[in-house]
Design a protein around this ligand. Structure first.
Ligand SMILES: Cc1ncc(COP(=O)(O)O)c(C=O)c1O
Length: 371
């Protein structure tokens, strides 16, 4: 018999309180140095991010949405240029293409719940210039397929790796396959800061120069103005927090993979659920479980039932795919994506839940389907 518990989906105060002492030391140190904008902590973080992912270059930016947009701006989309992306993603993926001057073309998801390479091929036309896969929920797409389509057609690839720092496909880090990518450090991300934050990574020195200039008023690393630009810098204080959090990042990933395996053990036999792949299911994929998203029969009833039992769940992005937001002007129908949004739900997946909390969540889910 498990006692009644309260298992929130995510606990924002805990993001600060669970490490308050160290964070206060960081505030104190940065504050005393007056090191607020473009200081050593930011430079160190950029070097750490590049070294962790194996990318040649990293730039701290204000958030991942900006990072994605800056990447497409640096690539220089022209009016009418189409970029194929998923629809089962945050609006930011598509809006980055749009605000950089291109046309987002959302397509179907594949069996693995990620961008479907076959659907990408079907959507190619003379206006297509790029592909933008989302490395969703901390899992990297089949980048062999996506890169081979891109290489065959001379397309640009910007990866939306907002949810995927540390995720790997065949041993290679998410974000390092295409021309450039962006990662989010939003507080609920696996590597989170205490506010907005993002990073761009790239292996292309010339793209690095352009994105660097765009994010700092057109200035290059020496302060010379080379082009028009804007301000999308990562705060030095956030960078100092991220350097600190990066030190324990691998342990955090191990714990999240453990949580995923407990969910798998305790829910894997329920026919009403379609769980995400288990951590060791496919050796090509190393997933970091930014989210534990599954598909469930009677999803809305399940969500209500869990909420009545003080268990927080989330349906991503307001319960709609990108192409389903009427005001954005899409006319396409994507039945698999639409079906997915009728069934998807995310269970608590964070560093603040105990094994007992997870068992409580699973017990309640089993109880719901036994009723
Ligand atoms: C898939 C995806 N893309 C882009 C973003 C945008 O990141 P940010 O909030 O740092 O702009 C997010 C953030 O939640 C995301 O999940």
């Amino acid at each position: 018999m498990i006692n009644i518990k309260n298992v929130p989906f995510f606990n924002y105060p805990q993001a600060f309180l669970s490490d308050r002492e160290n964070l206060m030391k960081i505030f104190d140190d940065v504050g005393r140095r007056g090191a607020f904008i473009m200081q050593k902590d930011l430079r160190d973080f950029e070097a750490n991010l590049a070294s962790y992912t194996g990318a040649s270059h990293a730039i701290g930016v204000a958030n991942a949405t900006d990072g994605l947009e800056l990447a497409w701006m640096a690539i220089e989309l022209h009016p009418g240029d189409e970029v194929i992306c998923c629809s089962h993603t945050m609006l930011a993926t598509a809006s980055a293409i749009k605000t950089a001057g291109g046309v987002p073309v959302p397509v179907e998801l594949g069996e693995d719940g990620l961008l479907d390479p076959d659907a990408v091929e079907d959507a190619i036309n003379p206006r297509t210039v790029g592909i933008m896969p989302t490395q969703l929920n901390g899992r990297t797409c089949d980048m062999d397929r996506i890169m081979s389509i891109a290489n065959k057609n001379n397309f640009f690839v910007v990866e939306d790796a907002a949810q995927a720092l540390g995720s790997r496909f065949k041993g290679k880090h998410a974000g390092t396959f295409g021309n450039a990518s962006a990662i989010s450090f939003f507080p609920a991300k696996v590597l989170g800061c205490l506010g907005d934050g993002g990073g761009v990574i790239t292996n292309d020195a010339s793209l690095f120069d352009k994105i660097y200039q765009l994010h700092d008023h057109g200035r290059d690393i020496n302060g010379d103005v080379k082009s028009w630009g804007r301000n999308s810098r990562l705060d030095n204080l956030q960078a100092a927090i991220l350097n600190h959090n990066l030190q324990t990042y691998e342990k955090v990933i191990i714990r999240r993979r453990k949580i995923a395996s407990i969910y798998q053990e305790q829910l894997g036999d329920l026919e009403e659920l379609q769980l995400p792949p288990a951590p060791d299911e496919n050796p090509d994929h190393f997933d970091i479980y930014q989210n534990y998203e599954l598909q469930a029969d009677r999803r809305d009833e399940l969500k209500k039932y869990l909420s009545e039992n003080s268990i927080g769940t989330l349906i991503q992005w307001g319960g709609k795919a990108v192409h389903q937001w009427e005001n954005l002007g899409f006319t396409v129908r994507l039945p698999k994506v639409e079906r997915f949004f009728e069934r998807c739900i995310m269970l608590p997946m964070n560093m603040f839940i105990s094994d007992e909390d997870i068992s409580y969540v699973c017990e309640k889910i089993r109880g719901f389907y036994r009723r």
